[in-house]
Design a protein around this ligand. Structure first.
Ligand code: NAP
Length: 248
């Protein structure tokens, strides 16, 4: 049985590890990475890197490589590949499950402002602060590039490319992050507003606690929807159990 995991997340790596351990049962596990990160953490099992060429290319890949089960374990904000996965799985008649860690839930003391997109987040910022901690990743910085009055601390794994805000410092780092570390980032840079996607998960959640403690407002960009009709697992363990039902 051949399982293809669309990856790029910690959950995808954990799922590959869980299924690879079950490799004794003859399961072949391939993880697919987009190739955005220069030196990605690699999962267990086989790895392929790079786009498929849209939904049709992915459907063709599923057929050519005789994939039996497809798991979309991409980041909750990787919208295009998730919709391509749904179309390709339907076309190639391959069962599909989305693995999505739950979103974050506000707690007492949080000052969250919901945004529907990065553009929407940018439009809220001037009202909320002057020194912005931007943690939405290096893609999509163009949405903030026109905000000349604001100063940005932009954290990402790899360096961003223009267009970027004029007044911006880059902090190259990769989670998981600690609460002490996040407190220090906010303090050392005089941050007065935080911007994040609702990525969910523990690895990047300490910034929310640090912001709550410091009374700093947080702009939280809402997730895009999971494609219609696609089942969702919240944990790698749940997804692994779903896969195993097909292994006879
Ligand atoms: P996206 O906008 O949904 O996808 C754009 C294109 O990238 C897709 O059409 C596909 O190209 C290719 N692609 C994306 N994920 C792929 C994968 N796992 N394997 C092979 N090709 C893939 O994706 P994105 O938001 O740029 O994210 C790219 C990758 O980074 C994803 O794997 C995601 O899990 C990871 N990531 C994203 C975020 C985020 O905030 N978006 C955060 C952390 C990690 P083709 O059409 O040519 O197949």
């Amino acid at each position: 049985m051949h399982v293809l995991i669309l990856g790029g997340t910690g959950e995808a790596r954990r799922l590959a590890g869980l299924l690879y351990d079950a490799d004794l049962s003859g399961m072949r596990v391939t993880s697919s990475l987009a190739g955005r990160v220069a030196a990605p953490r690699l999962p267990a099992g086989e790895v392929r890197v790079g786009g498929f060429g849209g939904a049709e290319g992915l459907a063709q890949w599923l057929r050519t490589h005789r994939v039996d089960v497809l798991i979309d374990a991409t980041h909750p904000f990787a919208r295009t590949i998730s919709f391509n996965a749904a179309a390709a799985a339907a076309a190639a008649h391959v069962p599909l499950l989305a693995l999505r860690r739950p979103g974050w839930v506000p707690q007492e003391g949080d000052r969250w402002h919901a945004a529907d997109s990065l553009d929407d987040a940018a439009s809220l910022l001037a009202e909320l602060g002057r020194r912005v901690f931007l943690t939405t990743g290096r893609m999509g910085l163009a949405a903030f590039a026109h905000l000349d009055e604001l100063w940005f601390l932009m954290r990402s794994v790899d360096a961003p490319e223009p267009p970027c805000p004029a007044r911006m410092e880059v902090l190259l780092d990769r989670g998981p992050f600690t609460l002490d570390g996040e407190r220090e980032v906010l303090r050392a840079h005089g941050i007065d507003v935080l911007v994040t996607k609702d990525s969910g998960g523990a690895a990047t959640a300490p910034k929310l606690t640090a912001a709550r403690e410091a009374g700093i407002p947080v702009v939280v960009v809402r997730r895009p929807p999971v494609p219609d009709g696609v089942g969702v697992a919240a944990t790698p363990e749940e997804a692994a159990a779903w896969v195993r039902q097909f292994s006879g």
